[in-house]
Design a protein around this ligand. Structure first.
Ligand SMILES: *[C@@H]1O[C@H](CO)[C@@H](O)[C@H](O)[C@H]1NC(C)=O
Ligand SMILES: [Zn+2]
Ligand SMILES: [Zn+2]
Length: 436
């Protein structure tokens, strides 16, 4: 170890005090983004807002756009040293906002199937965009205090689990395509239903894998009065739904975390007609490679066996609809981030031993696809007073979480913490005198 943590802490503090810009214009950018979210893969206006802002920040940013859809990077080379990548995701969700905020979204847009949908930044990616832009401004201004290369990466389509993969597959890191410098460390963050001012992460598995499938069960339809002349897919699908519950309760060990949810069950349209098809939409969350594979195999086995038991005329069609990998924070990087965050935010505000989060992210692909370590952390967005009050009343479960139409992080100090966390994490690796 070189420098002491105390020395680093004061150097983070003095860099931020000196170089972090007035965030008032960023609060306006946040509100604009919040009111104008765009659905996954269609983040055109958001992407150009980001590009325009980056262009204004500095001529030294090497900006590359249109990567894997509306993804982009801005590269800042500043002497010898480590290369780090800071990532923000930029897409919004088809959710009708009900927060009542003055800057609430009333926006609608057509999704990729052509259906008109309400749009809301219900996952807080607007905080990620704004924090990364302000962190870029801070690090550009502070360049005398660090040496190395920083890549600011803005990723589309996180909610579909496809954006990180799309950027990599489009040649993000290929020398003959977008030629992003290969980072030594990949870093990212997410606003989360903790009190604003708090940060949290952990070494090892931090977010679950999520696999989703659309399953079509084939029956043989007919008149409701003649069930013996039909194969009723509703009955078969119902058995599947119930039997799938036994994976969690009878196959997975009680101390292993896993979820199997049938989020949609669609069949038939009226009382007296037995339909000839049923569709199930299934979502599976797991936190270890071993149990991910076993659970996926169990789901398929049960679906096929129930179709066999029900004498379906055709094998069920099992189509993957999305797949998020496990997010496994590198132990060494998580250790460094913990030291820096504990030093800068204080031990009371940073939790290095967060419980595994059952949400999922495709962030890890930006590191795992090139065999590089990564760390993902969370920062709180809820008004501390409201949070404590709800906990005191025993109503913690009513605090709106990501994806809720009521998810309304307070603008400050959430935004400031989002900016500072990125700057502190970056300086952990490229700060002058840092031992990282
Ligand atoms: C986090 O960092 C603090 C301060 O350096 C240290 O005391 C603590 O043991 C670390 N915790 C973990 C889980 O790494
Ligand atoms: Zn989300
Ligand atoms: Zn999200």
């Amino acid at each position: 170890m070189g420098e002491s943590v105390a020395a680093k802490s004061s150097s983070f503090g003095s860099v931020i005090a000196k170089y972090r810009p007035d965030l008032a214009p960023y609060e306006d950018i946040y509100k604009h983004c919040h009111a104008n979210g765009e659905l996954s893969t269609q983040e055109k206006e958001t992407a150009s807002l980001i590009t325009e802002h980056l262009k204004k920040l500095s001529n030294d940013l090497d900006i590359r756009t249109g990567i894997g859809g509306h993804g982009q990077i801005a590269i800042l080379k500043n002497g010898p040293g480590k290369t780090i990548l800071l990532r923000a995701d930029i897409d919004a969700l088809p959710v009708q906002e009900k927060t009542g905020l003055p800057y609430a979204s009333t926006k609608t847009m057509r999704d990729t199937d052509g259906l008109v949908k309400p749009v809301m930044h219900a996952c807080g990616h607007d905080f990620h965009i704004t924090s990364l832009l302000a962190a870029a401004e801070t690090l550009i201004a502070a360049r005398s205090t660090w040496s190395g290369t920083i890549v600011f990466l803005f990723q589309p389509a996180e909610e579909r689990g496809s954006g990180a993969r799309a950027m990599v597959d489009d040649g993000l890191y290929s020398a003959d395509k977008h030629a992003c410098p290969i980072p030594d460390v990949v870093l990212g963050q997410h606003v989360f239903p903790l009190q604003a001012g708090k940060t949290a992460t952990r070494a090892g598995p931090v977010m679950s894998a999520a696999d989703s499938f659309k399953v079509t069960i084939y029956g043989s339809g007919g008149h409701g009065s003649m069930p013996h002349r039909t194969i009723d897919p509703v009955v078969i699908a119902s058995h599947i739904v119930v039997r799938l519950q036994t994976i969690r309760s009878r196959e997975v060990p009680p101390d292993e975390t896993a979820v199997v949810t049938v989020g949609a069950l669609q069949a038939g349209s009226t009382e007296n007609v037995i339909s000839d098809e049923a569709v199930l939409k299934i979502n599976i969350r797991s936190v270890s490679v071993e149990w991910r594979e076993k659970i996926l195999a169990s789901v398929k086995r049960i679906i096929k066996a129930e179709c066999l038991a029900g004498d379906c005329p055709k094998e069920p069609l099992i189509e993957p609809t999305s797949s998020f990998p496990l997010t496994i924070n590198d132990a060494e990087v998580a250790g460094e981030i913990n030291k820096s965050f504990t030093a800068y935010f204080g031990e009371k505000n940073h939790d290095p031993s967060l419980k595994n989060v059952l949400g999922s992210e495709d962030f890890g692909i930006l590191g795992s696809s090139i065999g590089k370590p990564y760390c993902f952390w969370f920062f709180g967005g809820h008004d501390a007073g409201m949070y404590e009050e709800m906990v005191k009343k025993g109503e913690e479960q009513k605090i709106p979480v990501n994806h809720s139409p009521f998810f309304a992080p307070v603008l400050q100090p959430t935004l400031t913490i989002g900016v500072d966390a990125l700057v502190v994490a970056a300086l952990t690796y490229v700060g002058k005198g840092s031992d990282g």
